[in-house]
Write a protein that binds this ligand. Structure first.
Ligand code: AFP
Length: 340
């Protein structure tokens, strides 16, 4: 039998990207992305083992936002920190699972990048064996910063230099953008390498599939109520076509589906979370996913402005309402807000 076709590994792809950037690329960016890939491989290994590795269930603790922490939340968080703090590519981190931004311990080598991450997005799916994932975002650290503050992370999404996610589904897939298109890599666990399987991912401009948690309907703002009501009216309604609905309760799963076949994902502001500014977090969910979606030809708004232009307020856990996906459908949903 012919040997399994190897194809392009993530490491080779990143090095080729580095060559494309010419001498702007010092190799530190390449090293940082490889560190992130190692964290994702470590998480994939444990997530795939599930109860056999003793990683299900909760810890009995809560994160700074009061979310119950799953065992795998903290394990995944530690894997990211360990992969990032030892190789001199990163100056600091912010994580959903850390109260404050993390300055590297004394003596650890520093690098020119800041990394924010949700180490296990959709972790409430862990115990029911459904999609979970990791989301990450990379910013350049301010020159000479040895111990970054929350202010150093408080930068609009347009300043990200890379963003990506790793989806732990039937296969583990890492999807990455460095601003030059979006590429998907599937983990070959027998050799421990991410292999390029989805080059130049593009979101179809149109869709008939929306993703929203319908149980929150009574709390939504009127434009969202009207848009979803019109979707549900189908062919006889003003949108003139039948819509389907999906909700996997993991943003990584929703956005991956949209990258593959189109769709619109919504976690809009509602009466319950208006004070907080929404449910999803800007620095490690909204911004990285908006960079990926836009780089793949989609659109990403809060309902009132482009997510990548939202001005952070210095809180690493700042929340943001999210409407993103197929460009033409997102524009339709935005028209309901513009005409409200
Ligand atoms: P968890 O990580 O706490 O499971 O939350 C996942 C998430 O932040 C996002 O990935 C999902 O799209 C969204 O929350 C699901 O929210 P609901 O549980 O309210 O449907």
């Amino acid at each position: 039998m012919a040997a399994e076709k190897m194809g392009t590994t993530l490491s080779t792809f990143i090095i080729d990207e580095q060559r494309r950037l010419g001498d702007q690329a010092s190799g530190l960016f390449t090293g940082l992305l490889n560190d992130i890939a190692i964290a994702c491989k470590g998480i994939s290994n444990l997530v795939n083992k599930g109860d056999l590795a003793g990683v299900l269930g909760t810890t009995g603790t809560e994160n700074t936002m009061g979310d119950a922490q799953k065992k795998m939340d903290l394990i995944a968080n530690d894997l990211f920190i360990d992969a990032l703090e030892n190789n001199g590519h990163c100056a600091g981190m912010a994580s959903e699972e850390l109260d404050n931004v993390l300055c590297l311990p004394e003596g650890k080598p520093r690098g020119p990048y800041l990394v924010t991450f949700d180490p296990l997005d959709g972790s409430s799916n862990m115990d029911i064996n459904m999609d979970v994932g990791a989301i990450f975002s990379v910013l350049k650290a301010p020159e000479g910063v040895q111990c970054p503050t929350a202010e150093d992370f408080s930068r609009p999404g347009v300043e990200q230099v890379a963003a990506g996610y790793c989806l732990y589904g039937p296969s583990s897939m890492l999807v990455l953008t460095t601003g030059n298109g979006v590429n998907g890599f599937t983990l070959c666990s027998s050799i421990g390498e991410f292999i390029l399987t989805h080059p130049n991912m593009e979101i179809p401009e149109d869709t008939s599939e929306f993703a929203i948690n319908m149980s929150n309907q009574r709390f939504w703002e009127q434009p969202v109520k009207d848009y979803i009501a019109d979707c549900i009216q189908g062919e006889e309604g003003p949108l003139g076509k039948r819509y389907n609905m999906r909700w996997v309760a993991a943003m990584v799963g929703e956005i991956h589906r949209i990258l593959i076949r189109g769709g619109i994902f919504m976690y809009p502001i509602d009466e319950r979370n208006r004070e907080a500014g929404g449910k999803l977090r800007l620095l490690y969910e909204g911004n990285p996913m908006a960079m990926i979606v836009e780089a793949a030809g989609g659109a990403a708004y809060t309902g009132y402005e482009r997510i990548l232009e939202v001005k952070p307020n210095g809180d690493p856990h700042q929340r943001v309402p999210v409407i993103m996906g197929s460009k033409n459908e997102v524009e339709k949903a935005m028209d309901y807000h513009r005409n409200a």
